[in-house]
Write a protein that binds this ligand. Structure first.
Ligand SMILES: Cc1ncc(COP(=O)(O)O)c(C=O)c1O
Length: 384
């Protein structure tokens, strides 16, 4: 990573110890600037520059494709969030009674509900507990000839476990099952290269590791997977020339746009475009390594404390930006609140504490967090 002044690029550093990027990130300076510019444009010109906004939208499709190493911008659908994308997949595939969907049992609800809902169509949702020793194998063992789709987050929101997508994807391929991957806890934290992965769908939202405004997400889909899907939600925005309202042929395109419906989130598009430009410029390989260095540092320090049970994997290659641990015999909510009172922001997930720095987080801030977590007073105050 070339020398950059992080406090200028990431103004949150001057105000808080923000270790909660797995929830929502503060916007970096270029995203804040893009938001200001969009407001200024509206204030001065209303929607007169709409054509330029549409150009930014088009550019974002190409930026996103490049960011995940996808060969074609046409495989990108601009959507609202991860849930929308996963529901588009669930409702778009044509299911037969007895078809199965395999997914990890402890997924974030956006990756459970669309599959559970399919029970109404006779589909069998198989929520699989991931073993600690070999979580990928737990999913692979659950795949049968009836399995139509495997869905998983590449990084689990509650443990920080990073799954080996190649292993799961290859098992899907062998069994003619599709593989949908929620990368909201991965993209922006670590690089992603869909060109080398045996996956069919990638879905993502923008407000976590990508550090962009909420309400904006996207899906990448492989053309062969898309070809198996109906358009469940038709809309005028799915056409390459959406402003031609007099068309007579309403055949949906076969590109990713077929899953887009009506008016797009122009504000979100401008914010996400700025965020992707920044991350592309910084280089996701170096930012990814910088983030893993920080989570290694946290895991090493926290593992020294006998009163802490590490929930996240110890191995660097099995983690991304999330470190989860259990402070034994304490109330996690009390701990998280006590830290927030000191301007240190982490999250409670279940009975655990989830810490999620980003690549720019200064080590001094991580040390500040660690110093507080070692503080006996905190443990006494939050004793369960
Ligand atoms: C793994 C995972 N998927 C999805 C989401 C969010 O879903 P959506 O984009 O639908 O709000 C989260 C977190 O909020 C998450 O951790």
């Amino acid at each position: 990573m070339h020398q950059i002044d992080h406090s200028k690029l990431f103004p949150v550093i001057d105000r808080h110890v923000w270790l909660n990027h797995a929830a929502i990130s503060a916007w970096p300076a270029p995203v804040i600037q893009a938001a200001h510019d969009f407001v200024d444009d509206n204030q001065s010109h209303g929607a007169l520059n709409y054509e330029a906004w549409v150009a930014t939208e088009e550019q974002l499709r190409a930026q996103l494709a490049h960011f995940i190493q996808a060969p074609f911008a046409d495989d990108i659908s601009l959507l609202r969030n991860t849930s929308e994308a996963l529901n588009i997949i669930a409702q778009g595939l044509s299911w037969a009674s007895g078809d199965e969907v395999v997914f990890p049992a402890n997924e974030f609800p956006s990756n459970l509900l669309p599959w559970e809902w399919l029970q109404k169509k006779g589909v069998i949702p198989k929520a699989i507990e991931l073993s600690k020793q070999d979580p990928e194998q737990s999913l692979i063992n659950a795949i049968t000839p009836k399995t139509r789709l495997v869905a998983a987050s590449s990084v689990q929101f509650d443990t920080g476990l990073r799954l080996n997508l190649t292993r799961i994807g290859e098992a899907c391929r062998k069994n003619n099952a599709l593989f949908a991957v929620d990368v909201i806890q991965h993209l922006g934290a670590l690089p992603l290269d869909v060109s080398t992965l045996p996956i069919d769908f990638v879905v993502c939202g923008s407000h976590k590791w990508l550090m962009a405004p909420e309400g904006m997400g996207f899906m990448w889909s492989r053309a062969s997977a898309r070809a198996q899907m109906e358009v469940a939600l038709p809309g005028w925005r799915m056409y390459p020339d959406p402003f031609n309202f007099n068309r007579t042929d309403w055949t949906p395109p076969d590109t990713g746009r077929r899953f887009e419906t009506g008016t797009v989130n122009m504000f979100g598009i401008h914010g996400l475009a700025a965020a992707i430009s920044l991350l592309t410029e910084l280089g996701t390989h170096s930012t990814g390594e910088a983030l893993l260095d920080r989570t290694d540092y946290l895991v090493n320090a926290l593992s020294q404390n006998p009163r802490i049970d590490m929930i996240s994997p110890i191995e660097r290659e099995k983690r991304a930006g999330i470190v989860c641990f259990r402070a034994k015999d304490t109330n996690a909510e009390c701990m998280v609140q006590a830290l927030a009172n000191k301007e240190i922001y982490v999250a409670k997930r279940g009975h655990n504490i989830r810490v999620s720095p980003h690549f720019y987080t200064p080590y001094e801030q991580i040390d500040t967090f660690l110093a507080h977590i070692e503080d006996q007073q905190l443990w006494q105050q939050c004793a369960a």
